[in-house]
Design a protein around this ligand. Structure first.
Ligand SMILES: NC(=O)c1ccc[n+]([C@@H]2O[C@H](COP(=O)([O-])OP(=O)(O)OC[C@H]3O[C@@H](n4cnc5c(N)ncnc54)[C@H](O)[C@@H]3O)[C@@H](O)[C@H]2O)c1
Ligand SMILES: O=CCCC(=O)O
Length: 496
């Protein structure tokens, strides 16, 4: 019995969704080296599965498979591609309980959220399964008699996709959906901690009729990430690279891709400000912050990282927030009834604990938490700090975990300046009942996405992405296929 079949014994309706080999050219394969690596269930701090440890050699095979498949896939009709994406959408929904459980066990995402993410991922397949039916070029008024001018959309080719662990299926679907809809093929390197979700996603894609080579998955250990990233970046047949992850890695990949002048899309880190004005509905702002900050136990790129509350509401807001956060239940992610799970691993807890301790040494006061968590090494106690100063890391670095650092402000001008005083610009939030102020915030906050009186902003219909060092390009929405196509100008003469 394998490690994975033991760990999932009796838990899945479809045990065959657990795949531990890579998926290349329509075949389930061991790594060429024969090596595997072990992934961990962070809730239980226990080994979960042994997965093929693929490397650059396997990646090259996957690129060749994707390139070969592209020659046929690019010529399929949008109706054909739409039917496959729509079937895949249905299969994801039919298997949401199993997929949610797999994701929850390997990432520590609370089970209800994990099942919600499966539905979010399916929405991307459905959306682009429809979108490709109406995606069109345009006619151009001709500048000369006897000529017709037009612009047509064509798939860019083989697309490399590197995805993070915090949304192991959602981020994959947000890339694979529009890419396949446009007629591109894909080579995916999932995050090392969460390959099982990506492989189960591929298994259902195979069942939906995605042809061999159109989507390839190369699981790998952390040690191979940079060589695989480099291979994907420098190989000329790969025409686009799309990455979701940290800004540090995004910059390395962008630089590497310059050597072959690939198209790149970068969905990178955030440092979202969350601003509560005195004129806000305070209970709604508290609820908005809890939803935005504690989603996936504080590990989403759009989580608020700097919370600014206007002086007149500071005490009341803090009191209500402490009460609300104290009510959140934390425990084993794949068991029902918990709002918070562990972090991705014990290393993340150690890193954040050091950030909290440093803040306290520099004068921060804990209103809640800041204590060792008895549940296990990967669990972080929800923590609320006040008396924050801007030299503390908690106020200037992305803290991927359940930590809220509350800062007080006096004026709109002051808070806007503080909120924009960063190189990051992914999401921003403001709570106010003054329409003029809400409008000023939406225009003046330097971010790719702004939530006004709302903490949850992600939706397949919305263009997702950041400005400044939070990224390049947008994913999802009606422009989501643009980055997977080239616009070709055609001028036809001799028609007079
Ligand atoms: N903007 C967004 O849409 C978005 C979404 C999710 C996460 N994120 C960001 O991702 C970060 C957290 O995820 P993470 O810790 O997994 O990030 P990460 O950058 O360490 O890893 C992301 C992916 O990159 C791979 N990787 C690591 N080093 C690499 C290299 N040198 N070359 C190629 N690939 C490499 C990893 O194996 C993983 O697949 C946060 O900063 C978060 O804000 C952004
Ligand atoms: O982590 C960032 C992406 C999550 C989302 O789509 O809201």
């Amino acid at each position: 019995m394998t490690l994975a079949s033991q760990a999932f014994k009796g838990l899945l309706r479809r045990p065959d969704l657990i795949q531990s080999q890579g998926y290349i050219g329509g075949r389930w394969l061991n790594a060429l080296s024969g090596k595997t690596y072990t992934i961990i269930d962070p809730s239980l701090d226990a080994p979960l599965a042994d997965v093929a440890a693929m490397t650059a050699d396997d990646t090259n095979v996957a690129i060749e498979a994707a390139d070969e498949a592209f020659q046929q896939w690019r010529n399929t009709t949008p109706n054909h591609r739409a039917a496959i994406l729509q079937k895949w959408d249905r299969l994801l929904r039919e298997n949401e309980a199993d997929l949610g459980l797999i994701m929850s066990k390997e990432s520590g995402k609370p089970i209800a959220e994990a099942i919600g993410e499966v539905s979010y991922a399916a929405d991307y397949l459905k959306f682009f399964g429809h979108e490709c039916l109406r995606y069109e070029g345009f006619m151009i008024p001709s500048h000369a008699h006897g000529r017709k001018m037009m612009a047509i959309r064509q798939p860019v080719g083989v697309c490399a996709m590197i995805t993070p662990w915090n949304f192991p299926i959602g981020m994959l679907a947000r890339k694979v959906g529009p890419a396949l809809a446009a007629g591109c093929t894909a080579v995916v390197k999932p995050a090392e901690s969460t390959p099982l979700s990506a492989l189960a996603f591929a298994k259902l894609g195979e069942e939906a009729g995605v042809p061999a080579g159109v989507m390839n998955i190369v699981p790998s250990a952390r040690e191979a990430a940079s060589e695989i990233g480099r291979t994907l970046s420098v190989t000329p047949t790969v025409r686009k690279l799309t990455f979701t992850g940290s800004t540090v890695v995004g910059k390395i990949l962008t630089e590497q891709c310059a050597s072959t002048l690939k198209k790149v899309s970068m969905e990178l880190g955030g440092l979202a400000p969350f601003i509560v004005f005195d004129d806000a509905d305070i209970p709604a702002a508290v609820e908005g912050l809890v939803q935005a900050k504690f989603r996936n136990t504080g590990q989403t790129c759009v989580c608020p990282n700097r919370v600014y509350v206007q002086a007149g509401s500071f005490d009341e807001f803090s009191k209500q927030l402490v009460k609300r956060v104290s009510e959140l239940k934390q425990g084993v992610a794949h068991q029902r009834g918990f709002d918070l799970g562990p972090l991705i691993n014990s290393g993340a807890v150690e890193k954040l604990t050091a950030v909290v301790e440093e803040a306290i040494e520099l004068g921060a006061k804990p209103l809640l938490g800041a204590t060792k968590n008895p549940l296990g090494p990967a669990y972080m106690t929800p923590t609320i700090l006040t008396n924050i100063s801007t030299n503390m890391r908690v106020a200037k670095e992305e803290c991927f975990g359940p930590i809220v650092a509350l800062q007080k402000f006096e004026t709109e001008e002051e808070v806007l300046k503080a909120a924009n005083n960063t190189e990051m610009g992914l999401a921003a939030y403001a709570f106010t009942q003054d329409l003029g102020r809400a409008w000023r915030m939406s225009e003046q906050l330097e971010a790719g996405m702004v939530g006004l009186n709302v903490g949850l902003i992600s939706a397949v219909q919305a263009p997702f992405g950041g400005i400044k060092q939070s990224g390049l390009g947008r994913e999802g929405s009606i422009i989501g296929m643009d980055d997977y196509t080239e616009l070709k100008y055609v001028c036809m003469g001799g028609l007079a």
